[in-house]
Design a protein around this ligand. Structure first.
Ligand SMILES: Nc1ncnc2c1ncn2[C@@H]1O[C@H](COP(=O)(O)OP(=O)(O)OP(=O)(O)O)[C@@H](O)[C@H]1O
Ligand SMILES: CC(C)(CO)[C@@H](O)C(=O)[O-]
Ligand code: BAL
Length: 297
């Protein structure tokens, strides 16, 4: 496995690859959610690159850029066992050299509402770094997690709008045994908050339980069911619970397919996001409970 730290060296490495190329962009502190993307990519591509870069431009001034968990040595050990060809590990100065001043600025409902409203400028940073990674590594396919559903919609939109020759392979949300979606930020939770965090999954389940394909309920009825669950945990503060069209993020009045149930909850200083998908064929994607022991650090 090659560890590549500069754009020039990564482009050189890429130029040697003649077969299919898959990219898995990450911010490191890897867990089974990330590793599921890597395994899928390994099964599908001749060459795979994982990027590890805590991208400063997607963090707001009062967010957790400086405290974001990092353990590159452990990440590299995990990636080595999965047969990754190259790990791209640039510095911030390498990606944003002096004078950098061009950004991809997603607009409209999908960029400006929900996570976009809660985290001003976040998707501008995400779209910019993802387009840079696509240009440097030139994958045919890139692997993203359903856990960050709005991020997926933003990148799909960017690919279509800017004619980017990359296909997204979106993979299910991997969950701990008790349903909590794996996330690097789960490491912020102390043991008490970690138990309380199951409220997020249980709230989504409560909203899902309201669904009836024969008689689709109002979105408000499902949202109300989720709100009641969140209200039962005094430590949890609901940021939002929303039901949206998965492609354009327009709000839905009726809970009918296709739909996305999106939630964000604060537990102390930790902000957790999660979602369930109701597919056009009426089936739900609520992710996968991790069956073997977690690599969560
Ligand atoms: N539980 C998960 N299941 C599947 N994919 C995931 C999961 N968690 C993260 N991913 C995906 O891994 C990629 C890298 O995400 P990132 O490094 O931000 O991890 P994260 O755990 O989501 O961190 P954060 O704490 O910032 O939410 C993204 O495409 C993200 O959607
Ligand atoms: C896609 C990404 C690696 C861009 O920094 C990040 O937003 C993430 O880890 O989901
Ligand atoms: N997984 C999304 C990256 C972020 O929260 O900044």
């Amino acid at each position: 496995m090659h560890i590549v730290r500069t754009v020039q060296a990564m482009k050189h490495e890429r130029a040697q690859w003649t077969g299919s190329v898959g990219l898995i962009p990450t911010m490191g502190y890897l867990h089974e959610g990330h590793l599921s993307l890597v395994r899928q990519a390994r099964a599908e591509q001749e060459h795979i690159a994982v990027s590890i870069f805590v991208n400063p431009t997607q963090f707001g001034p009062h967010e957790d850029l400086s405290s974001y968990p990092r353990d590159v040595e452990h990440d590299l050990q995990l990636l080595e066992t999965l047969g990754v060809d190259s790990v791209f590990l640039p510095t911030a100065a390498e990606m944003y050299p002096s004078g950098f001043s061009t950004f991809v600025n997603p607009e409209g409902t999908v960029a400006e509402e929900i996570e976009g409203a809660a985290r001003t400028g976040h998707f501008r940073g995400v779209a910019t770094i993802v387009l840079k990674l696509f240009h440097i590594i030139q994958p045919q396919q890139a692997y993203f997690g359903q856990k960050d559903a709005q991020q997926v919609a933003i990148i799909q939109r960017m690919i279509a709008d800017l004619n980017v020759p990359v296909e997204l392979r979106v993979q299910p949300t991997i969950r701990e045994q008790d349903g909590l979606a794996m996330s690097s930020r789960n490491s912020y939770l102390d043991p008490i908050a970690r138990k309380q965090a199951t409220i997020v999954y249980r709230a989504l389940q409560a909203a899902q339980a309201v669904f009836n394909p024969q008689s689709p309920p109002s979105a408000q009825a499902a949202i109300q069911a989720a709100r009641q669950v969140i209200a039962s945990e005094p430590a949890a503060q609901l940021d939002y619970i929303e039901i949206r069209n998965p492609d354009n993020f327009q709000p839905l009045e009726i809970l009918r397919a296709p739909a996305l149930l999106l939630i964000a909850v604060r537990l102390g200083n930790t902000r957790l996001i999660d979602n369930f998908v109701l597919h056009p064929d009426g089936t739900w994607d609520s992710g996968q409970i991790q069956s073997h022991s977690s690599t969560q650090q």
